[in-house]
Design a protein around this ligand. Sequence first.
Ligand code: ADP
Length: 257
Amino acid sequence: MNGSRRQSHGTGGGTVPAVRLREVTKRYGKGPRAVLALDRVSADIARTTFTAVMGPSGSGKSTLLHCAAGLDRPTSGSVRLASTELAQLKEAPLTRLRRRSVGFVFQSFNLMPSLTVEQNITLPLRLRGRRADPAWLGEIVSRVGLADRLSHMPAQLSGGQQQRTAIARALVNRPEVIFADEPTGSLDPETAADILGLLRQAVTDMDQTVVMVTHDPVAAAHADLAVFLASGRIVSDMASPTAGRVASTLAGLRGAA
Ligand code: ADP
């Protein structure tokens, strides 16, 4: 993800980004109590990259993720996902595009408690009226290490296994981009490293594009690029982030806030 003045990052110039934001503004409420959550954010998320979105609490990270994923509509500006301008889509086509082109991984896993692991993983396909290709399903299940858990219920799984299920569910549609919102926020450090390794593999081995909101510098260090938000604006980015450099940048932003 880059500021608008630069060309696409990492995958060579000229390719269409997975997500393109231009002058995206999101205002909550009206009048003197209105909150400007995003203030003219422009960025490209290059394909097959892993981006961490960071910033102090209230800086606009979740709002950015929701607008980029088509879960929420900006007040103004343009969001293009898979070369489609979201602003022009009515609700039903927007939902179809999201189901086809976006995978989600949440902090709280968000699995359906009454469905088995396999049914949870294939749910995005069933919502599109499709069946799972057994070879593809077999590949993602083995990559996330759940082959012997397919008939389990979510309540029978550890937190790490639940998040592995959620990652498999995010991959099943071969989406344009996977958005992860604090995916390791409920996990112990060892399990978190495991989950971040899987997201990394999705990019490196499966040509996926991952955008992850996190407050954790250690998590951000798994990404190719860290993007920093403050007061609704992208204020800097960092290629090949390390936990130490990310932590000191965040400390500076908190100090300035
Ligand atoms: P972050 O994810 O970085 O903590 P958010 O995107 O959640 O930040 O919030 C950005 C700003 O927008 C904050 O000031 C927050 O209070 C405000 N905000 C977020 N969602 C809403 C909402 N639904 N209604 C009103 N204000 C909101």
